[in-house]
Design a protein around this ligand. Sequence first.
Ligand code: ADP
Ligand code: 5GP
Length: 181
Amino acid sequence: MGKIVIISGPSGSGKTTVCKLLKQHSNIEESISVTTRSPRINEKDGESYHFVSDARFKEMIKNGEFAEYAEYCGYYYGTPLKALKDAIKREVFYILEIDVQGAMQIKEKFPDAISVFLLPPNRLTLSQRLINRNANKEQDMANRLKIAEKELEYKDKYDYCVVNDDLDATVNTIRKILNLA
Ligand code: ADP
Ligand code: 5GP
């Protein structure tokens, strides 16, 4: 049986970067979420996300196609249920890089899921990383920092908290958590 691994953390904490490195291990796969937000430069449909319209997302909700879904910063994000069920049948760690609302839904439905909350070293570093990434408009970035404060309140509900200071150390810590080190 495969294992679900939830990775959450404020925007800019390093989830995407860390997951990309984790995926280099042959036993680790990552779920591709569905979202109504627009692609960033360098994001490809079907790789980073499945980018869909609002109407299509709502239809997918109605059809029961999501393991969980949530609204974040004015857009919908959801985890496809079928791909998750297929992954559980394989002997893999299946990473869900999702927000705290989605994480709580998955924990409820799949209590065996391993949950990791990624923390920035401090607030200044978080905003600096968001600025450096340069992928969000100013207002969107302000909203994300505001949401970050709320998200941090959820950290104690996770099995593990990992401070993403040195990138290699973070990846090694998570590998150890999964007994892959
Ligand atoms: P998230 O997916 O959580 O929103 P990203 O993975 O996009 O965050 O990371 C935000 C920015 O911070 C990116 O520019 C990334 O290269 C950088 N970053 C991530 N982890 C580290 C780290 N440990 N040290 C320095 N910069 C980092
Ligand atoms: P971003 O727009 O930066 O790619 O993602 C914004 C937030 O949505 C992040 O916290 C990210 O983890 C979360 N997210 C991405 N995919 C999903 C998903 O399928 N479900 C939920 N609930 N959150 C998601």
